[in-house]
Design a protein around this ligand. Structure first.
Ligand SMILES: [Fe+2]
Length: 298
């Protein structure tokens, strides 16, 4: 058996030549950014395949995995975002692109359940849409990093019901549940009611679930509410508020958790609620101020 000569990077010379040829094939790409991205991708992809000595069976399995991830995705489910999430790629990209100032609210993953053009609500409305769960009243302010109120900020919110499901996971459900859009008032305040979110497993009936099973990884996310907050002149904030005391804090399947985003959801006995009603069941309140950086300030 003869051994192939290797270059300092450890690649056989024949493979190194192949890599160089593929890199050169992108030399004439008009967009400098596309050229840089593709050449870096090729370099890392070739180095990765060489590093693990990728077999043809593994290559075919990867192709099948990605094909099935695409086929199971539609306008209500996004398996490829989920894949990015469980690989930590989503949080890496968030960190690269949203290095919040010390004063601003931290960002986290958007996740696979965001829907554009959710129903519009006024402050004080119930956005649950009939979602099952314990009543919860949400309030707070939208502020600049300097502490001044931001009026008219767009607040988009979405969360699970008490089964841990989002509305889009119910095939028969037409309307939105636990999902809506509202705007901050003149003093930056917002308020709405809905239900208390619970911890939930990320969808594991598809290729990503197979991967988690194969790796003996937990699929649970700690209970949280998603928010996207935007206002002219400010950097759009995509974040969660996590429920303090949740047993899955510290082991988020998609690595989206941050200590700064954990809040106490206060339990109240039956009685007068923040919206003026007298509730016959226990309810919760949560307060969170969103602090936005000025656009391109960091
Ligand atoms: Fe979520």
């Amino acid at each position: 058996m003869t051994t192939q000569p290797s270059d300092p990077a450890g690649l056989p010379t024949a493979d190194r030549t192949l890599t160089d040829r593929v890199l050169a094939s992108f030399d004439a790409t008009p967009s400098p950014r596309l050229r840089a991205v593709m050449q870096s991708l090729v370099s890392h992809l070739h180095a990765f395949a060489s590093d693990v000595r990728l077999t043809e069976e593994e290559w075919a399995a990867a192709v099948s995995f990605l094909t099935r991830a695409g086929q199971i995705s539609d306008d209500r489910r996004q398996e490829l975002i989920l894949l990015s999430d469980v690989l930590g790629l989503s949080m890496l990209v968030v960190g690269i692109n949203h290095p919040a100032s010390a004063a601003a609210t931290d960002s986290t993953v958007v996740g696979p359940f965001f829907v554009e053009n959710a129903p519009e609500f006024a402050n004080g409305d119930d956005i649950s849409g009939g979602a099952a769960g314990e009543p919860c009243f949400y309030s707070g302010r939208v502020l600049s990093a300097a502490g001044t109120p931001i009026a008219g900020a767009r607040i988009e919110v979405w969360h699970s019901d008490d089964e841990g499901n989002y509305d889009v996971q119910y095939a028969q459900l037409d309307g939105a549940q636990g999902r809506g859009r509202l705007r901050s008032e003149a003093d930056g305040r917002y308020r709405f009611s809905s239900v208390l979110p619970v911890p939930y497993p990320i969808p594991h009936d598809g290729p990503v679930g197979e991967l988690l099973d194969a790796a003996k990884r937990d699929s649970m996310r700690p209970a949280h509410v998603h928010f996207r907050v935007s206002a002219p002149g400010f950097a759009t904030l995509t974040t969660h508020v996590f429920v303090a005391g949740d047993p899955y804090l510290g082991s988020d399947a998609v690595f989206g958790e941050k200590d700064s985003l954990v809040r106490t959801f206060v339990r109240h006995d039956p009685g007068p609620a923040p919206d003026g009603r007298v509730l016959g069941t226990a309810f919760f309140t949560m307060a969170f101020d969103f602090v936005l950086d000025v656009a391109d300030s960091v």
